[in-house]
Design a protein around this ligand. Structure first.
Ligand SMILES: CC(C)(COP(=O)(O)OP(=O)(O)OC[C@H]1O[C@@H](n2cnc3c(N)ncnc32)[C@H](O)[C@@H]1OP(=O)(O)O)[C@@H](O)C(=O)NCCC(=O)NCCS
Length: 233
């Protein structure tokens, strides 16, 4: 018996099957839909990705100029971009759900009868990985697709991308590998009142969270400016 924690015994009692070690609980991740106003923060997020991450995210090591072009070219009216902010309002996770007519993606045209298809790309800052941010962005994108009458969510990545492959398999995606690349598809059920409500609630929570963080940040800045002012006196 462990004298530090009498309630838990390291050695299982005779006749009791040993319990597998429990995974540490992941923090609550809040996903917010972004608008063009997040442009600078998006740029900062993508520019901070190193070469290996750029390769995994874009399929090629995009130089800074092309990253900036990519961010400037995001069509917020057509696509949906989701983000996860940290307490200092830095974007630590970004998911880009790009919508396109079915014909634009021949690999998918046989898989769906819907007019539009959706392709998802995601990146999480190195400091925020392993906390469920990528998975939560993916889940949120899947709900948006359902509610937008899209039945197939598509993702293209390198098959060497073990973390993304794990997330795709966990979500039940069908994966087709070819020459080091992988196409993953998730068949989605149609929207229902619960999926519509879930999305509305998620967005409300995310808006409160954003306003709270923005106010907290403004208050900190104000206090800092006061202390700087006092020091000058
Ligand atoms: C892929 C990426 C988005 C994942 O983000 P993340 O926030 O770390 O992901 P999560 O924390 O939600 O999930 C990570 C999962 O992978 C698992 N994992 C970690 N390393 C792994 C490995 N080497 N092999 C298999 N699974 C692994 C974790 O255990 C976790 O699984 P769990 O949820 O079942 O516990 C992030 O690593 C990233 O930005 N990579 C660079 C860009 C990229 O690859 N984008 C995807 C191409 S579209």
């Amino acid at each position: 018996m462990n004298s530090m924690d009498p309630g838990k015994s390291a050695v299982p009692e005779p006749g009791v099957a040993p319990q597998p070690p429990r995974k540490p609980k992941k923090p609550w991740v809040i996903v917010k839909e972004l608008s063009k106003r997040a442009h600078w923060r998006l740029r900062k997020h993508f520019l901070a990705l190193d070469e290996a991450d750029r390769l995994l995210r874009f399929g090629t090591v995009l130089p800074d100029e092309l990253i900036i072009k990519y961010v400037e070219g995001i069509d917020f009216a057509r696509d949906t971009v989701f983000g996860v902010y940290d307490s200092r309002l830095r974007l630590v996770g970004v998911g880009h759900l790009a919508f396109a007519p079915r014909e634009q993606l021949p690999v998918l045209s046989a898989a769906t009868s819907k007019e539009r298809i959706a392709e998802f790309g995601v990146s999480v800052s190195a400091s925020a990985r392993g906390k469920g941010v990528g998975s939560k962005l993916f889940e949120r994108a899947a709900i948006r697709c359902r509610n937008a009458d899209i039945d197939t969510l598509y993702m293209h990545c390198l098959s060497s991308n073990k973390v993304m492959m794990h997330i795709a398999k966990k979500a039940g995606m069908e994966i087709q590998r070819d020459y080091g690349e992988a196409d993953a598809y998730l068949r989605l059920p149609p929207a229902n009142p619960a999926s519509v409500l879930q999305e509305a609630v998620d967005e409300q929570v995310a808006s409160f969270d954003y306003v709270f963080k923005a106010n907290a940040r403004a208050a900190v800045k104000w206090l800092e400016s006061l202390s700087g002012f006092n020091k000058r006196d």
